[in-house]
Ligand binder design. Structure first.
Ligand code: ADP
Ligand code: MG
Ligand code: MG
Length: 309
């Protein structure tokens, strides 16, 4: 097959480099600008570090027990992330924001919280404190001071919106890469998955087509203090960085939002509990997931496939 000529747009969002590449066509510049605008719109709506984002305004202004109306985008994010929180029994929990901020995750400067302080912050977390009212497109939060963190899902959500938009315009070939959260459409790309110990070494090359790939690992982002390295994924139960059975988890799935959420969830849960989550997702929603992970300790590669069965 003759390869189509491709055009791309590059921009900075989600604190990372983002790229969207599609096949050459007459309105290619307009389409690429549309993709960038979508990504920026998702970031602007959901950024917990921007006090003016709709998400931050909600977390500041809601009143416990009262319905708070939100945009369709914010509702979509809340709905999908809360259902993953429920399915993973809280291992994935978008309400960890206060704890994440306290550790300095995102600021690059670790501040180790005292146990007492953590206990107070944990009281301000918990996905079960949020209930959604689909008819009113509203959320009811039953405690004060919740901080919602979109960090483990925003890029995946934006990528799915972009793919949807491109399909609407009958684009056949595309590749989207938001800081290692990828989606490949229409063509097969061979994606290198970084090794568990040494991120410079590939542990596998996987062919990907009409699928998303997302990785969560300690080395992807970490914070260092007094010679100790802390990962950026928090165990919501303890409020501390997870000591994972994995060093990195790469998820392959046909929806970018699930690849993004599940790489985080599996990192927190480990193989056994993580696979139970994957199976429940397939059984109840028909979403198929493959994953590849490096095991901490011996560095062995663990893999699981819904699609190769
Ligand atoms: P990346 O930062 O590369 O996108 P992830 O998708 O795994 O990696 O998201 C990590 C971010 O998710 C963290 O920086 C933090 O903001 C947030 N987070 C940390 N722990 C959890 C958790 N247990 N559940 C949901 N979100 C989390
Ligand atoms: Mg994620
Ligand atoms: Mg991610």
């Amino acid at each position: 097959m003759k390869k189509a000529k491709m055009r791309e747009v590059n921009f900075y969002a989600y604190e990372t480099y983002c790229m969207v590449r599609i096949e050459e066509r007459p309105e290619v510049s307009t389409l690429l600008a549309g993709c960038r605008d979508l990504a920026l719109q998702v970031e602007q709506t959901l950024n917990m570090y921007d006090e003016e984002s709709e998400l931050s305004v909600m977390c500041r202004d809601y009143r416990p027990g009262q319905p708070y109306e939100v945009s369709a985008l914010l509702y979509d994010f809340l709905d999908t992330s809360l259902s993953m929180a429920k399915r993973s029994n809280g291992a994935f929990d978008p309400t960890v924001g206060a704890v994440v901020k306290r550790w300095g995750i995102g600021s690059g400067e670790v501040r180790i919280p005292a146990e007492k302080e953590l206990a107070i912050l944990i009281n301000r977390t918990g996905y079960h404190h949020i209930r959604l009212l689909p008819d009113k497109r509203a959320a009811i939060i039953d405690i004060e001071g919740i901080t919602i963190d979109p960090g483990a899902i925003g890029k995946g959500l934006a990528i799915d919106y972009i793919i949807h938009y491109l399909k609407d315009y009958h684009v056949g070939q595309a590749c989207v890469d938001f800081g290692g959260n990828l989606y490949v459409m229409g063509d097969t790309y061979r994606i290198g998955v970084r090794g568990p110990e040494d991120p410079e070494k590939m542990m596998a090359i996987v062919p990907v087509k009409d699928q998303a790939v997302s990785t969560s690992s300690w080395y992807e982002h970490y914070i260092e203090r007094d010679g100790r390295v802390y990962g950026h994924l928090i165990d919501p139960a303890s409020g501390k960085p997870v000591e994972s059975e994995f060093t990195s988890v790469t998820v392959i799935c046909d929806r970018a939002i699930y690849a993004d959420m599940l790489s985080t969830a599996l990192y927190v849960l480990g193989a056994e509990k993580g696979e139970a989550v994957i199976r429940s997702l397939r059984e109840e929603s028909g979403i198929c997931v493959d994953y590849l992970a490096g095991r901490a300790g011996d560095g062995k590669i663990v893999s699981y496939s819904d699609t190769l069965k």
